[in-house]
Design a protein around this ligand. Sequence first.
Ligand code: UD1
Length: 425
Amino acid sequence: MDKLVIEGGYPLEGVVEISGAKNATLPILCASLLTAQALELSNIPRLQDVATALKLLGQMGVTRTREGDRISIQAAQVDSLEAPYDLVKTMRASILVLGPMLARFGQARVSLPGGCAIGSRPVDQHIKGLEAMGAKIEIEAGYIVAEARRLRGARIVTDMVTVTGTENLMMAATLAEGETILENAAREPEVTDLAQLLVAMGARITGAGTDRIVIEGVEKLHGAAHRVMPDRIETGTFLCAVAATGGAIELRGTRSDTLDAVLEKLREAGLTIECGDTWIRASVAKHNGANRLRAMNVRTSEYPAFPTDMQAQFMALNCIADGTSLITETIFENRFMHVAELNRLGAHIEVEGNTALIHGAQSLSGSSVMATDLRASAGLVIGALVAHGETLIDRIYHLDRGYEEMESKLAAVGARIRRVGADRS
Ligand code: UD1
């Protein structure tokens, strides 16, 4: 199992190219099931989760060819309408095949994802929404077994804001008979990116990016081309890295308008940030003595508020900031597993329910730590980049699920970071 070895204390200087967004790519790949024609997609990141999605679609009969960041994907002939447990358990977003399969083929069998490290994460809202559209759904031996002659439009009010829930129902509604209204819809930019592709495929959708999305079903969708939006979480993670280490970096191929809440907090912490349409420059003098980052309170919430996927990275920043801060996690019930690991690096964090109290320390010190989930790993990388001495991060397969070549991107801007195999060779 690969590990990362990081020697902390080096400022970051240079340019980083941001990859396409994982959380936009996964639903977009699943949207290929909605038509027999090909989708020509670009800015597709090379990630373990993308490989898992392609494997799942491949098992169903979807053909795809990949060249660099481009994928041509076509569901002309789909011969299996099943998403098996062994794939769904490694990637919960596999649930995104349910809506498209049911809408186009009238049947689907998708494993229930089960819990994951950050919480129980049920999919009841996906099921409730599809039932409201006329699907008959049974849970059989851990599988969601769904059937519908043709889905019908419905007004669906989800109990909470759910990102993949909104995406699944929006995809299903594109081929339903009549109008579907999704109330309390997720406003995340990845939902809007998916809607843009669906519209290019012939879907009739208005309101994506607001909490009320209206979809007028059509008989058929067709092929389309689409460039996936930049990854706002990768962008935010690199901004946190430079905030932690000091230095100056330019992030290219990104979109600052998807990061308002994150940029505001980083400015509050003391980072100087300049934005253009497709780039962000960030700099901070090396924080020694008087020049430390300022501690900031953070509360995660749905977009456009502060994203839960940036919580661990901000926790790492607060560990070395001047002052005491509170981080409140409102989306997932168990998303503080990085706390124990950051404390191993010398941080002072206490957790009470869904709130962490962080006493900023002058410095952290290198140690051996373990990644527990995708964004927790990113928090540990940031802690390690600033810690004195060497940190060994184990279980970085979590990081590989969602960050494209993180260590080479960081090394290119001056971080002392390398990947080693299980025997540290
Ligand atoms: C997506 C993102 C993930 C991000 C999360 C919150 C993808 C592939 N993943 O995950 O990176 O951390 O949004 O921004 O886009 N819930 C239910 N029942 C449901 C659905 C959700 O109770 O049927 C709950 C969840 O347990 C959670 C909350 O609603 O507490 C929000 O979850 P949701 O937005 O669905 O997260 P994901 O779409 O899984």
